[in-house]
Design a protein around this ligand. Structure first.
Ligand code: ADP
Ligand code: MG
Length: 341
C-alpha cells in the first residue's frame, strides 16, 4: 500500500494569520494600512484614535467613498482588492494599496469593527469580525465614509503581543507612520488622538504649512525649494538649509509617487549633494517627492511596500544629486529659492 498524501491547503484563517505576521508587525503597521486605505478612498479628512499606543484600540475614521454592504464583507477576504484587476495593472499602480492583504491580516489577529457607507446610500453597514470570522453584519445609519476600529491587536498571537515595546516606543512608530502619510497628503486634514488627548491636528493646506505644522514654525525659514523635470522623473519638495542638518536621522522623507520609501541609496545622494556644507555624519532635512512612470519601478518587493526598485537607480541618484546641489548653490548665492507652493 502506498503511503497517503500529506500536502494540504491551509484553512483561510491560518493563511491570514501567517500573512498578518508580515504585514502587521506592530500597531504602527495597522495604522499605516488603515491610513493608506483612507487615502485611496479619496478622503479629505482622516481621524486616528488610539488607546494604549494602539495596543487596545486603534481606529481610523475617514470621509472617503465608503463601501457597499457586499464590498464591506468582501474586503476582509485575502487578496480581495478594488485596486488592481489584471497582471498588467501591477505595472501602473497609482494607489497605496493593491495586495488586498491588510484588512484580511488585521481581521485575523484582532477584533475589528467596520462601519461604512457610500454617498448614494441611505444606510450603512456594520461588520464585526474576529479571528477572521464574521460575528455581526447589519445595516446602520452612517454618513458617507468608513470607520475601522481595531481592538486588542495580537489578542490571539501571544508571542507577538509579548514582543510589543513600551507605549512610548510603539507611539513613536505610530507617529512616524502618521507623519509620513500626513506629509504626502497635505490637502487632507488629519487628527491624531491618544488616550483622549490630541497629539496632532493638521488642517488642509499646502506642503510648507504641513511641514511647519508637524515640525514647528521655525522650519519655515529653513526650507529651500527644489524642483527638477527630466524625461525619467520629476522632483519637487524642500530641503532644509545646511545649518539645520542634525546628528540624528528621522527627518528625511522620500516619496515616490506619493508613497514614503526607505532608501539608503537615495539618502546617500542627498548627503553627497550636501557634502562640504554640513558636518560629516550629520543628516540634512528633506521632504522630496519623485514622480515617475510606475512602469519604471517595482513596489512589490516587500509586503509593507516600504522599499521599491527603480529600473534605473543610478540615473535617479544622479538627477537627485544634481538637483539638490543646484538648490543648495542657489541658496548659498542668496537667491530666492523658497517657493511656498
Ligand atoms: P488593498 O488596499 O491592497 O486593496 P486592503 O485589505 O487594505 O487591500 O483593502 C481591501 C479593499 O477594501 C480595498 O481595495 C478597498 O476597496 C476597500 N477598502 C478598505 N478600506 C477602505 C476605506 N477606508 N474606504 C473605502 N474602501 C476601503
Ligand atoms: Mg490597503
Amino acid at each position: 500500500m502506498n503511503t497517503p498524501d500529506i500536502v494540504q491547503l491551509l484553512p483561510d484563517h491560518i493563511a491570514n494569520q501567517i500573512a498578518a505576521g508580515e504585514v502587521v508587525q506592530r500597531p504602527a503597521s495597522a495604522v499605516k494600512e488603515l491610513l493608506e486605505n483612507a487615502i485611496d478612498a479619496e478622503a479629505s479628512s482622516i481621524q486616528v484614535i488610539l488607546q494604549e499606543a494602539g495596543k487596545t484600540l486603534l481606529q481610523v475614521v475617514d470621509d472617503g467613498k465608503g463601501m457597499s454592504p457586499t464590498d464591506a464583507r468582501m474586503c476582509f477576504e485575502r487578496h480581495a482588492t478594488s485596486k488592481i484587476r489584471t497582471g498588467e495593472d501591477l505595472f501602473r499602480i497609482r494607489t497605496m494599496g493593491f495586495r488586498g492583504e491588510a484588512l484580511a491580516s488585521i481581521a485575523a489577529i484582532a477584533q475589528v469593527e467596520l462601519k461604512t457607507a457610500r454617498s448614494d446610500e441611505e444606510v450603512g453597514t456594520l461588520i464585526r469580525i474576529e479571528g477572521s470570522s464574521v460575528k455581526t453584519q447589519e445595516s446602520i445609519s452612517w454618513s458617507q465614509g468608513t470607520s475601522i476600529q481595531v481592538k486588542n491587536l495580537f489578542y490571539n498571537v501571544p508571542a507577538r503581543r509579548n514582543f510589543l515595546k513600551s507605549n512610548p516606543v510603539e507611539m513613536r512608530h505610530i507617529i512616524d507612520e502618521f507623519q509620513r502619510v500626513a506629509l504626502a497628503n497635505p490637502e487632507v486634514a488629519f487628527t491624531l488622538h491618544h488616550n483622549n488627548s490630541e497629539i496632532f491636528n493638521l488642517p488642509q493646506g499646502k506642503l510648507v504649512r504641513r511641514i511647519t505644522d508637524i515640525f514647528g514654525k521655525n522650519y519655515r525659514e529653513q526650507l529651500v525649494f527644489c524642483q527638477e523635470e527630466t524625461s525619467l522623473l520629476s522632483l519637487r519638495g524642500y530641503i532644509g538649509k545646511p545649518e539645520c542638518a542634525k546628528k540624528t536621522r528621522g527627518e528625511q522623507f522620500f516619496f515616490v509617487n506619493n508613497r514614503y520609501i526607505k532608501s539608503s541609496y537615495l539618502h546617500h545622494a542627498l548627503v553627497t549633494a550636501f557634502e562640504g556644507t554640513i558636518p560629516e555624519g550629520s543628516h540634512p532635512f528633506y521632504v522630496l517627492f519623485i514622480e515617475i512612470d510606475p512602469s519604471h519601478i517595482d513596489i512589490n518587493i516587500h509586503p509593507t511596500k516600504s522599499e521599491i526598485k527603480f529600473d534605473d537607480e543610478r540615473s535617479v541618484y544622479a538627477i537627485l544629486m544634481a538637483a539638490i546641489r543646484r538648490s543648495i548653490g542657489v541658496y548659498n548665492l542668496g537667491g530666492d529659492s523658497i517657493d511656498f507652493d
